[in-house]
Design a protein around this ligand. Structure first.
Ligand SMILES: *Cc1c(COP(=O)(O)O)cnc(C)c1O
Length: 242
């Protein structure tokens, strides 16, 4: 009888979930005539401990998303030797921007020039440029984060000129509970906006869109970064989402 290293039930669940997710991603990519290599999985580990990140990393995941700085920093520290890429996907509070600029590789939720300017000024010189996505309120939700679609192009031009950042693309979060059809429409609108910005001289290559419930539609519409938490790690133990 072979006795291997102990595999915990949680590790096993993450492995099973990742296998299923990767099959779904491959199917969605194939149906859109895209290669799986054009889609980066950002595993959203907010609410879960470093050991679960380690379990996903052991299964080949290299990009992780976090929404809360205080929660993220100890994980980033604990897993430094794995050389993972960390994506900040939460709200950027002014007093947290320096730590975000120092500890993360990507920031997805920038919707104001002032925040981008601060991140650029605070990005340490020993680090490569911070990779950035501008968040767009693509569904026009009242009171929600994101620049209005009509202002995205101008913001992209200003952010793109900042020295310590590389503007990579656009990001959106859709209203919960929409139909797949509405999701497709909104993702398509974000993809068109990116094309328009590029037609006016932009060089954006990233669309950060799609979560556990809607990543298939996002892939169909051109997502290059999907941010998936629950479908990998299961429900978050203490959901701090607003
Ligand atoms: C939490 C979160 C996700 C992941 O959501 P799931 O439904 O768990 O996949 C993706 N993007 C953002 C911005 C989030 O806050």
């Amino acid at each position: 009888m072979l006795i291997g290293p102990q595999i915990s039930p949680v590790d096993e669940l993450i492995a099973t979930n990742l296998q299923a997710l990767r099959a779904e991603i491959a199917a969605a990519a194939a149906s859109a005539h895209r290669t799986v290599d054009s889609i980066t999985l950002v595993a959203v580990s907010k609410g879960h401990g470093a050991e679960r990140v380690r379990a996903a990393a052991a299964r080949g995941v290299t990009n992780f998303g976090e929404s809360y700085l205080q929660e993220a920093l100890p994980k980033i520290d604990a897993l430094r030797e794995l050389a993972l890429s960390w994506h900040f996907i939460g709200r950027i509070q002014a007093n947290k921007s320096a730590a975000i600029a120092k500890s993360f590789d990507w920031v997805h939720g920038v919707d104001r020039l002032k925040v981008a300017e601060r991140l650029s000024a605070q990005r340490p010189h020993y680090a490569p440029p911070l990779q950035l996505c501008i968040q767009v309120n693509i569904a026009g939700e009242r009171g929600k984060a994101g620049v209005e679609p009509a202002s995205a192009s101008e913001l992209a031009r200003s952010v793109g000129a900042l020295p310590r950042l590389t503007l990579r693309g656009l990001m959106c979060i859709l209203p919960a509970g929409q139909s797949a059809q509405d999701n497709r429409h909104a993702f398509h609108a974000l993809a068109l906006l990116l094309q328009q910005i590029n037609a006016r001289g932009g060089a954006l290559d990233s669309l950060s869109m799609g979560m556990s419930s809607d990543y298939r539609e996002a892939i169909q519409q051109g997502a290059t970064l999907i941010r998936v938490g629950t479908a990998i790690f299961g429900p978050r133990p203490s959901d701090q989402d607003p």
